[in-house]
Ligand binder design. Structure first.
Ligand code: NOJ
Length: 583
């Protein structure tokens, strides 16, 4: 067993090292860098979401969400991990606000857990006062520190009762239940919240929740489930916007928007009309699916055409894409005071006809396209996340031209790293942030109306079906330690400089920031290593005193770290041996 672990670890170490070797940023074509500053009053922030960070999944009267139930089913999440305790953010308001202060952020984006406030999801059943207390404390503490809260109402954690009773977002009744929940939030918190986001990334909630089943509730209703879920989410968004508009806006003077995610799609061959159309289709099926009804009153024409045609070919009498009535169209149109944009990556797109016979229906096939990536694009973390900064500028310009230059807040942008190579010196994140933020600056110079930027995310946290294996945080969280301590990565220092200068003053200074950030992180790295050794030793002692502790716990908390340390030592000895032989 021990030998197996050793071999595995040395193998992993070699993998990490060779990945680092391949990872040469200087070889990437960054285009020209633009030195300059953001408009005065530009808002800098970082984000989180309830299920990903709060923990306390069953504490103080909280009800179950679809994610609580989904993660507890074996085989759904990497290593069967859950967000049961995650970062324990529920107990760490003060600690986390001090991290936000350290960065000197202007805003902090978080989400409210619906089942923490309304355990069954149905307002008339029961309201959980302790849940309200928690968010009151968080909001008050942020405001005392002059940090503007940006609040998301739905970041995917639907109350489980609504899923079981009605089928969740497949059912139109969600519109009213969600509206009641939102109304409760306006009533309780609206005197202090000026920025509300109804839905976070409804694309993911619809496609991964109801089409591929990779996310909660894990349904695979291919070709119909996502369209139906999205249809109800769009209606629910509009209803909540109208509720705010008619009942609260005059008094509370806030804004209600939605946060949409979108990858950019670039034609593989820019001289090929078919590729140009396919790339446009990719973006319309992604961002346009939600943005077009909200800004123009109906789904993108290309979605109606493609899904409609394929549905007929599949022998259906109507399109799998639901339709809005004329009244609904005018009710939905214009329900956005600001648009939240979540953006991470880009794809090359080429035209590719997909089959449209019976039994082949799927959102993905409906688009008639293929996605490609440039093998030279860096992908330091999540499999899907390639760093392609120029795509960000193009997406922002697309939003400007398609939707009448709306007020934009970037609500998510960032990059992950794999858990295996624990590292506070996250140079790749510095590079990613620097280049993406710079492209956003160029977009502002192009005339795009971007008012704020939210780095994703403040902390490492539960990354949905990937569990804790992908770390997006500016702050590292030691999940093996029960206290979940946070450590700043180098990117904290770098992002802080961008914020305090409100942009990029000149090449010399920006290069200095990078150098200093990387210098300071190595001492934090040592701190973390020392702390990890300390907790390993403490665990050994605890095990000696507690013979009943499970074998599994011993493997994950003691054997693995010890084996890791041993294998690092062995690798070093092996290396020294090789060097000696050379000499
Ligand atoms: C978008 C989701 O909203 C967020 O929760 C997630 O962490 C990021 N994508 C990265 O996958």
């Amino acid at each position: 067993m021990l030998v197996l672990f050793l071999v595995c670890h040395v193998f992993m170490l070699v993998l990490c090292l060779s990945a680092a070797e391949d990872f040469d940023w200087t070889k990437n074509d960054h285009g020209s860098f633009y030195y300059g500053t953001f408009p005065a009053g530009f808002s800098w922030g970082a984000g989180s979401s309830a299920y990903q960070t709060e923990g306390a999944w069953d504490k103080d009267g909280k009800g179950l969400s679809i994610w609580d139930v989904f993660t507890h089913k074996k085989g759904r999440i990497q290593q069967n991990e859950t967000g049961d305790s995650s970062c324990e953010g529920y107990y760490k308001i003060k600690d986390d606000v001090s991290l936000i202060n350290e960065l000197k952020l202007n805003h902090y984006r978080f989400s409210i857990s619906w089942p923490r406030l309304i355990p069954t999801g149905i307002k008339s059943d029961h309201i959980n006062e302790r849940g309200i207390q928690y968010y009151n404390d968080l909001i008050d503490h942020l405001l005392e520190n002059k940090i503007t809260p940006i609040v998301t109402l739905y970041h995917w954690d639907l109350p489980q009762v609504l899923q079981e009773k009605y089928g969740g977002w497949q059912n139109i009744s969600m519109v009213n239940h969600f509206n009641e929940f939102a109304n409760l939030c306006f009533e309780k918190f609206g005197n202090r919240i000026k920025y509300w986001i109804t839905f976070n990334n409804p694309w993911s909630a619809a496609v991964e929740g109801y089409e591929t089943g990779e996310h909660a509730p894990g349904l695979k209703l291919r070709g119909t489930g996502a369209y139906r879920a999205a249809h109800h989410m769009i209606k629910a968004h509009a209803k909540v916007w109208h509720t705010y508009d008619t009942q609260w806006r005059a008094k509370q003077k806030g804004m209600v928007g939605i946060s949409l995610s979108g990858d950019w799609g670039e034609p593989v061959d820019i001289s090929n009309q078919k590729d140009i159309e396919a790339a446009e289709r990719y973006v319309q099926f992604y961002l346009g699916w939600f943005a077009t009804p909200i800004f123009h009153g109906d789904y993108p024409q290309v979605m109606k055409d493609f899904i409609g045609r394929k549905s007929i070919q599949q022998g259906l009498s109507t399109s799998r894409l639901p339709t809005f009535s004329p009244q609904e169209k005018s009710y939905i149109k214009g329900t956005c005071d600001f648009l939240g944009i979540g953006h991470f990556t880009t794809r090359y797109i080429t035209q590719k006809n997909s089959p449209s016979t019976r039994g082949t229906s799927s959102y993905f096939l409906d688009r008639d396209l293929a996605e490609l990536v440039d093998p030279r694009w860096p992908d330091p973390g999540s499999e899907w996340l390639y760093a392609v900064p120029w795509g960000f500028r193009r997406l922002l310009n697309f939003v400007k031209t398609q939707y009448g230059n709306p007020m934009i807040y970037v609500t998510e942008n960032g990059v992950s790293e794999k858990m295996l190579c624990t590292e506070l010196c996250d140079e790749w994140r510095i590079q990613y942030l620097k280049d993406y933020i710079n492209e956003m600056l160029k977009a502002i110079k192009d005339g795009v109306n971007v008012k704020g930027y939210t780095a994703w995310s403040l902390l490492d946290k539960f990354e949905w079906d990937e569990g804790f294996s992908e770390r997006f945080g500016l702050y590292y969280v030691d999940f093996r330690n029960k206290n979940k301590p946070r450590y700043p990565k180098a990117s904290v220092q770098f992002y802080k400089r961008i914020i305090s200068s409100n942009g990029f003053p000149n090449q010399r200074e920006v290069e200095n920031w990078r150098r200093k950030a990387v210098e300071t992180c190595s001492s934090s790295n040592q701190l973390l290593a020392a702390e990890e050794q300390r907790s390993t030793a403490a665990n050994i002692l605890r095990l000696i005193h507690d013979p009943l502790t499970s074998h599994m716990e011993m493997v994950t908390e003691i054997v693995v770290p010890t084996v890791c340390t041993l294998s690092i030592l062995l690798s070093a000895i092996f290396l020294m041996f090789l060097l000696r032989r050379r000499n």
